[in-house]
Every structure is written in structure tokens, then in C-alpha cells.
Design a protein around this ligand. Structure first.
Ligand SMILES: [Ca+2]
Length: 250
């Protein structure tokens, strides 16, 4: 009886440890599309069947991009004092963050005309939306949910794997009830539960990076997640990557 109890307790201990560790998410590469290798990607999202992309550094821009060809249209180029970061699209508006300028811009999706600005008191990194709030990362382990009218934070989560804080959350995408985040300077995309902040899954995109660096030795890190609902494709790329990958998540 004593032996049996010890065995049972060991099993239950193992199970609770297992629940704290993010599950590995497997995927296959469905298609590889051309991508502008000069684009220092900071934001990527899909709306109306088109890809929208934003970049950082001097001459930061936002463009509508044809997924199949990589050809850019309707480009907005920021004043050189602004370092562009992520973009999200909601209610026919594009919301764009800047890195350290602490200002965001709002554009009309149809004509890219700037229709508003908003301010915040932290760095701007990634942004996405669950169709209710804008969801923003700032380089720490904190993710803020913004009211779409006031652009003020109405909820915050702290991202953790088990008990360990997970920071450097960069480009974001909200897919089927979960936040997906590139972790800066890694080849990982994390799947985060928006209710708890817990990292529940992890995709290792090292094999994509391995394809990219021989093509462009100056290519930088993985960054950029978009979701094409119709084909259920996860579209991913990186800073100065000459390719955009369409993945099927398994
Ligand atoms: Ca995104």
C-alpha cells in the first residue's frame, strides 16, 4: 500500500510539472513567397485578403502587399524621427505603434490617410486585436489590452511559462482565441492564453531561419506573424528576410 501511494504521488507530481511547460507546436511549410529583403519587418497582418506590413528604422513605412508576388502598394513613409513598430487593423483602420517615440498613428485602411494619433508611456513593440481591444506588447513580459476609443489600457496580463516571466514579446497575432508572439532574438513563436498570460505552446522556426541566412547573410531575426483565415495559413517572415512562409499548423 505504501509503495502504491508513492507511485501515485510521483505520477501526479509529473503531471503538474508537465502542465507548466509549453507544448511544442508542429507545422509544415505550405508555400514560400517572395518578400522585400530591405523590409525591416515590425508588423504583419492580413485584411481583405491582402497582407499589410510595417517596418522600422529610418524611413519606416507601412504598405499593402500582394501575398503571392510581394509587390507593395499604397505605401506610407514615416517622418525620419519616427521608428515604426507593429500594426493592427480593426474597423477599417490601421493602428501603428512607434518604438521609443511613445506615439501611435491611426490611418484609414482604404486610402492610408492619417486620421488620428494616440500616446502611451512605454515602448511600442507589437500590436494585434481580438476584434474587441487592441493588444500591445512593449518589450517586457507585459501585454496591455487597449480600449479602441480611448486607446487607454483596460486590462494587462503578465506572460509566464510556469513561474518564469517571459519578456521580449515582439510582433503579435491573435488567432482563434490565442495570442501568438514572436520572442525577439529567438526563432520561437509563443502561443499565449490571453486570460492567464501563460505560454501554452511554442513553435520552433529555426528551420525557416536556416533557409533564409544563406540567401541573405545580413538577414536579421524572425519577426512577423499574420493569419490568412481562408486558407488557414500562418504567414511568417523576418527582418530583411527575402521570403515569406505560409505554414500549416498541425
Ligand atoms: Ca501580426
Amino acid at each position: 500500500m505504501i509503495v502504491l501511494l508513492i507511485v501515485l504521488s510521483a505520477c501526479s507530481g509529473k503531471k503538474s510539472e508537465g502542465e507548466k511547460v509549453a507544448k511544442s507546436i508542429s507545422y509544415s511549410i505550405k508555400k514560400i513567397f517572395p518578400h522585400d529583403s530591405k523590409a525591416y519587418v515590425q508588423g504583419l497582418t492580413v485584411a481583405n485578403g491582402k497582407l499589410f506590413e510595417s517596418t522600422g528604422q529610418a524611413g519606416s513605412w507601412i504598405a499593402e502587399v500582394d501575398i503571392a508576388t510581394g509587390i507593395q502598394d499604397k505605401k506610407v513613409i514615416l517622418d525620419k524621427k519616427y521608428f515604426g513598430e507593429g500594426i493592427a487593423i480593426l474597423n477599417n483602420k490601421i493602428y501603428q505603434l512607434t518604438w521609443k517615440n511613445r506615439i501611435g498613428f491611426i490611418y484609414d485602411l482604404k486610402n492610408f490617410i492619417k486620421i488620428g494619433e494616440f500616446q502611451y508611456d512605454h515602448e511600442g513593440w507589437g500590436i494585434t486585436t481580438d476584434n474587441k481591444n487592441l493588444i500591445v506588447s512593449d518589450g517586457t513580459s507585459k501585454i496591455r489590452f487597449l480600449d479602441t476609443l480611448s486607446l487607454q489600457s483596460v486590462k494587462e496580463i503578465v506572460v509566464k511559462e510556469g513561474e518564469v516571466l517571459v519578456d521580449q514579446l515582439n510582433e503579435l497575432e491573435f488567432i482563434d482565441g490565442f495570442i501568438f508572439a514572436n520572442r525577439y532574438q529567438t526563432n520561437y513563436i509563443l502561443k499565449i492564453d490571453p486570460a492567464t498570460g501563460l505560454v501554452i505552446g511554442r513553435m520552433d522556426l529555426s528551420r525557416l531561419a536556416e533557409k533564409i541566412y544563406p540567401l541573405n547573410p545580413s538577414a536579421d531575426v524572425l519577426n512577423g506573424i499574420a493569419y490568412e483565415k481562408k486558407s488557414k495559413s500562418l504567414l511568417v517572415t523576418g527582418k530583411l528576410w527575402p521570403a515569406l512562409f505560409a505554414l500549416t499548423v498541425e
